[in-house]
Design a protein around this ligand. Structure first.
Ligand code: BYC
Length: 316
């Protein structure tokens, strides 16, 4: 039974959601809403931070100074995205060190895509085009998420993701116009990243326990399958510009439903990857743990400095 105050608070919350307005950190919210947002936003933050690794591995091997500086800028952007998202998650009441602990202990999920290896320079193109492309399709609707700090963080993230997608496409354009072996390298990267990028949208709708409630709360605006087919439609056109192909003989537009159709995805593989058994899960987590431990002195120094500044401000 809710108290009259709680009932009034719930009514206000429901009205804000119905009105497409925004819930802010100071507002009352149901515990389930707080919990699901903390889960989604922190997983999103972890994905950005772990997602730095496959590309960071290629910074020293970028084929020119220009490519190196572009890739460094992109990887730094991903770190920035992680920071806005951890800050947004913290406004819901869970401190960042708790969220970090959930990641490095292996308890928290992060996007399945980052558990696949980046084997060649062309993978930098495929990641930018397909992975950041999928991220944009997924995240543009999140700019309208009902929770203010999340929606606002997404606006900037999406702008940066657009640049990332273009830089990936441009890498592939150049390879596709190069020698036969460069063209083959680009095709091979697309072949390997196609299916995992489609899985970024999450399990099929019938197997997505969170979607219904998250859509009622207007955090998510579209289902996993709906966004996935939109993404497929987008890349089906773009791949023609590259003169390459998508590894999907079933890809077509269904006039009747107005939706893009694609092949069945390997959901057993998806489940294994999110359960920790993907090709790079162990390596990605170990690297994050090492970086966290190696950075302990920076966190300690920053905390001591902040305390000192506070004391000085109090004296003055
Ligand atoms: N990987 O009920 P569902 C980036 C989990 S970073 C792993 O459909 P939901 C970038 C899901 O968490 C891009 N786990 O869930 C960075 C749930 O498990 P729990 C990251 C997945 O939340 C660097 C369970 O499966 N983007 O762009 O309604 C370089 C059931 O799923 C995945 C975001 O995080 C997955 N792919 O929908 C380059 C976007 N899919 O928590 C690029 C924000 C599902 O119940 N997040 N799971 O144990 C979302 O939009 C949603 O959370 C999802 C899943 C669409 C991912």
């Amino acid at each position: 039974m809710l108290t009259p105050e709680e009932e009034a608070a719930q009514e206000h919350f429901d009205a804000v959601i119905a009105d497409d307005s925004r819930i802010e950190p100071r507002d009352w919210m149901p515990e389930g809403y707080r919990k699901t947002l903390t889960r989604q936003i922190s997983q999103h933050a972890h994905s950005e931070i772990i997602g730095m690794q496959p590309e960071a591995n290629w910074i020293t091997r970028a084929p020119s100074l220009k490519r190196k500086s572009i890739l460094m800028a992109k990887v730094q952007d991903e770190a920035g995205h992680g920071l806005y998202l951890y800050s947004a998650a913290e406004t819901l009441g869970t401190p960042r060190d708790v969220l970090t602990e959930q990641l490095i202990s292996g308890k928290a999920k992060y996007s399945s895509i980052f558990n696949y290896p980046a084997r060649s320079w062309a993978d930098m193109g495929a990641i930018g085009w397909l992975v950041d492309g999928a991220a944009i399709v997924n995240q543009v609707p999140l700019c309208r998420a009902s929770y203010g700090p999340y929606g606002r963080a997404m606006v900037r993230v999406c702008k940066e993701e657009s640049f990332h997608q273009r830089q990936g496409f441009e890498i592939l354009m150049e390879l596709a116009a190069g020698t036969d072996s460069q063209k083959q390298m680009a095709q091979d990267a697309i072949n390997r990243f196609y299916e995992p990028s489609l899985m970024m949208f999450g399990p099929p709708d019938g197997d997505s326990p969170n979607s219904q409630q998250t859509m009622k709360w207007k955090i998510k605006r579209f289902t996993n399958d709906d966004l996935r087919q939109r993404f497929v439609g987008m890349i089906a056109e773009q791949v023609k510009v590259l003169g390459l192909t998508l590894p999907d003989p079933e890809l077509c537009f269904d006039e009747e439903t107005g939706k893009w159709m694609h092949k069945d995805l390997n959901w057993a593989e998806f489940k294994a990857v999110i359960a920790g058994a993907g090709p790079c899960n162990a390596q990605r987590l170990q690297r994050r743990r090492d970086a966290h431990h190696e950075g302990a002195w920076v966190r300690e120094a920053a905390a001591v400095y902040a305390e000192k500044m506070q004391q000085e401000a109090e004296v003055a």
